[in-house]
Design a protein around this ligand. Structure first.
Ligand SMILES: Cc1cc2nc3c(=O)[nH]c(=O)nc-3n(C[C@H](O)[C@H](O)[C@H](O)COP(=O)(O)O)c2cc1C
Length: 198
């Protein structure tokens, strides 16, 4: 608990309470530097990790590589929907272009391990949240999205993930091109109750 003298804990908490996703179309250049990214990944690696399995995996995609990701996503869509309309294909192709940096966040899963898969995925997801907070703390906007292509084994392989990994999302990162959103957050009371066992 803070005694109000150092200011460190309140500052971190203030930042955490102000966290808000920024829609990818409002994420402009520049993206984070390598050292800023390293800080964010380091934050991800502090997530709780039952069994020290280190399930966190991040693949960064910037610049021209985003076009190649778009092509993979189009190919994936065509596998799911061979007669997908041209507009849908164009939309899919454009998705990675919306932010200067797209991070594919995955979980390296040890199947058959005594630590259940859900705990490994939960640890990886906790890492993603830390990563997003760390990027926000350094002045960037972030957005976590998912898509059916993340379940596509061919897409997974093309991105260099083993078949057994779970892809948990695309994390879009960039500099805010407008004011930071201030979403309405629910009051905590409805999400919290004490249990006394009586
Ligand atoms: C695993 C996961 C996947 C998500 N996928 C999408 C998505 O595909 N599209 C979307 O609009 N929002 C998606 N969201 C929600 C947004 O990231 C974001 O949380 C939401 O827009 C609410 O904004 P907020 O984070 O500021 O409350 C996803 C969130 C999570 C945790």
């Amino acid at each position: 608990m803070s005694d109000g003298t150092t200011g460190a804990a309140p500052a971190a908490l203030t930042q955490m309470l102000a966290r808000a996703s920024v829609t990818p179309r409002l994420l402009a250049e520049p993206g984070p530097s390598v050292s800023e990214l390293e800080m964010a990944i380091s934050a991800a690696l502090t997530a709780p990790d039952h069994g020290m399995l280190r399930p966190w995996r991040f693949v960064t995609i910037e610049g021209e590589a985003r076009a190649r990701l778009g092509a993979l996503m189009v190919a994936s869509l065509l596998r799911r929907m061979p007669d997908a309309p041209t507009e849908a294909l164009a939309k899919e192709e454009h998705k990675p272009q919306r932010a200067p940096l797209v991070i594919i966040a995955g979980a390296a899963i040890r199947h058959g391990h005594k630590i259940p898969v859900w705990e490994q995925e939960a640890s990886a997801a906790a890492g993603i949240m830390n990563l997003m907070h760390a990027l926000e703390a350094q002045g960037y906007g972030t957005f976590w999205s998912s898509a059916p292509s993340l379940l596509d084994p061919e897409m997974k392989q093309a991105l260099g993930f083993p078949e057994t990994d779970r892809l948990l999302g695309f994390i879009h990162v960039g500099t805010l091109a407008g004011p930071k959103p201030e979403p309405h957050r629910p009051a905590p009371a409805a999400y919290w109750r004490a249990w006394s066992g009586i």
